[in-house]
Design a protein around this ligand. Structure first.
Ligand SMILES: [Zn+2]
Length: 140
């Protein structure tokens, strides 16, 4: 598969306002460049088309790996992970504890919180600092 054109990569980051489309972490807060997530992984036939691309932080991208679905621990249903191109973040997730934690509101949200470890110890510690400076959570 040809590599992703740089202009398209930049467009994905700009349209995401330089935030991870899963955990909402801003590149501007971490100083760490975002990466391109293939919503359907290339290994499973996912393409380089805009509809399959999302801006992601390095951690979410690593934890997601080549997964597209998992079990929701509440309903036991096998559900798709959050799809930033099709789903609205605020319908599936909410901030808790003043912005340090992400709560899954739906089976998709809960499954995604679990697989992507959206409340891993490292990011929760960082969020607490960002919240104390009013840099987080995003207000829009
Ligand atoms: Zn992330």
């Amino acid at each position: 598969m040809p590599s992703l054109p740089d202009a398209l990569r930049q467009r994905v980051f700009e349209e995401a306002r330089h935030r991870c489309e899963y955990c909402q972490t801003s590149r501007r807060v971490t100083g760490i460049p975002l990466v391109i997530d293939h919503i359907i992984p290339r290994s499973l036939g996912g393409t380089n088309e805009r509809g399959n691309l999302a801006a992601s932080c390095y951690r979410c991208n690593e934890f997601k790996g080549d997964r597209t679905h998992t079990f929701d621990h509440v309903t036991g249903d096998f559900v798709p992970l959050f799809n930033p191109r099709q789903d609205r973040w605020s319908e599936h997730f909410a901030w808790a504890n003043g912005g340090t934690h992400i709560v899954g509101l739906t089976p998709v949200g809960r499954a995604t919180v679990m697989v992507l470890r959206l409340n891993n110890e490292t990011v929760v510690e960082a969020r607490a600092l960002w919240v104390s400076r009013d840099w987080h959570p995003p207000q829009d």
